[in-house]
Design a protein around this ligand. Structure first.
Ligand SMILES: O=C(O)/C=C/C(=O)CC(=O)CC(=O)O
Ligand SMILES: [Ca+2]
Ligand SMILES: [Mg+2]
Length: 396
């Protein structure tokens, strides 16, 4: 382990691992996963109640004060010399590449935003040429739809090409394997605590409800989506699988990544005016079969997590621990900064050529997609996020 591989003490992302005898909560440190339940037990800490458990759920149900206390304790224990030899009920350390990772928390409600202006404008240009790239509402509220929590899967889960109904140019629609299977590189916010029915979260308090961040690949079947989504929005074209990284980076670890969002072009209604440093400087990288195909810069995203949470509760809708709020596809202004193949191949009209000579507009069976990210940490060090990875398997 080097001190700046992004997996140092400044990060300590949470995950659920199994080293052969069941699921346990851990944190990643270097190339190891630390059994935090065993660590808390070794210190005789009452935090075993939320750490010696098979999921992040108990911690997510707690308060920001508890999240802070846990992080302080972990940083203190793991930062003290000799921690590796502490007497513990079971091994404290496992190699990260030798354990199986599971979904780290029970996903509550899943909402998918559309917060990147570059992405939304590109999609408008590709799918609705002749109309303004952005709909009239776009700069007044963060557009979103409710997704399907039950098909959120952990990184590494194979993604089967979905069947669906597609439009046909010269006859009735057909049903079969999607021919336009796409990725969407996104950032997901993991919500903790509760906000009650009828109790909107003020934009200035939204950060108190953000436990951490995952990377998301919101796999999308573009042909199914295009045919089905008028007028109610995405349904089966996006509900077959959404992959999230196994590691949840604590919100507190991203303190040094907070930056000002892009300038707002139109005045916002008061409930959406967020604090000046509410955006995050995350540099994403998307690989297809090992080759980098895009580097989306999350800091260019127009709507922040605080605005998304304020908007989604502004009608009094409650939140629950484990809600997943995804940013929507992250695209930057550059051609090599787009977060979907729809944009990278410009609607399929300009296929990508991979270094092995093969060409792609959309995904082929056997393709592997991996998204990672890095953020600035304290002292010039970095914080690693991800990976979220998945291989496409043939339709059933
Ligand atoms: O504007 C459209 O017709 C389609 C938009 C999307 O598919 C984007 C979406 O689902 C949200 C996102 O990830 O940005
Ligand atoms: Ca999406
Ligand atoms: Mg999806």
């Amino acid at each position: 382990m080097t001190t700046d591989d992004g997996w140092g003490l400044d990060n300590l992302p949470y995950g659920v691992f199994d080293s052969g005898d069941g699921r346990r909560l851990g944190v990643a440190l270097g190339d190891e996963v630390i059994d935090v339940g065993a660590l808390a037990a070794a210190h005789g800490s009452a935090l075993v109640d939320v750490l010696d458990v098979p999921s992040l759920d108990p911690l997510l149900a707690g308060s920001p004060a508890l999240w802070h206390r846990v992080r302080e304790a972990l940083t203190g224990w793991l930062g003290s010399p000799g921690w590796r030899t502490a007497r513990s009920p079971r091994p404290l350390r496992h190699r990260r590449d030798a354990v199986t990772m599971h979904l780290p928390f029970t996903v509550g409600d899943y909402v998918d935003f559309y917060a990147s202006e570059h992405h939304a404008a590109n999609v408008g240009r590709i799918l609705r040429p002749g109309s303004p790239p952005l709909a009239p509402n776009w700069k007044h509220l963060p557009v979103a739809y409710h997704g399907r929590a039950g098909s959120v899967v952990v990184s590494g889960t194979p993604v089967r090409r979905p069947n669906g109904q597609r439009r046909s140019d010269d006859g009735p629609p057909t049903f079969g394997p999607t021919e336009r299977l796409d990725i969407e590189a996104e950032v997901g916010f993991v919500v903790g605590g509760h906000s009650g029915l009828g109790e909107p979260i003020p934009v200035g308090e939204a950060a108190d409800h953000l436990f951490g961040v995952v990377l998301v690949n919101d796999w999308s079947a573009r042909d199914v989506q295009a045919w089905e989504y008028v007028p109610l929005g995405p349904f089966l074209g996006k509900s077959f699988a959404t992959s999230i990284s196994a590691w949840v980076v604590p919100w507190a670890a991203l303190e040094h990544a907070r930056v000002a969002p892009p300038p707002r072009d139109v005045p916002l209604l008061p409930h959406l005016v967020d604090p000046g440093d509410a955006a995050l400087d995350l540099a994403l990288e998307v690989r297809l079969n090992g080759h980098v195909i895009s580097r989306p810069p999350f800091r260019t995203t127009y709507w922040t997590a605080a605005q998304q949470l304020a908007h989604l509760t502004s009608n009094g809708a409650p939140t629950r621990p484990g809600d997943l709020v995804a940013s929507g596809t992250v695209s930057g202004p550059g051609r090599d900064e787009y977060g979907s193949l729809l944009e990278l191949s410009w609607g399929g009209r300009e296929p990508l050529t991979l270094p092995d000579g093969s060409r792609r507009s959309f995904l082929a069976d056997g393709d592997e997609v991996t998204i990672t990210a890095r953020a600035p940490g304290p002292g010039g060090r970095t914080i690693a996020l991800g990976p979220v990875t998945g291989v496409v398997t043939p339709a059933g």
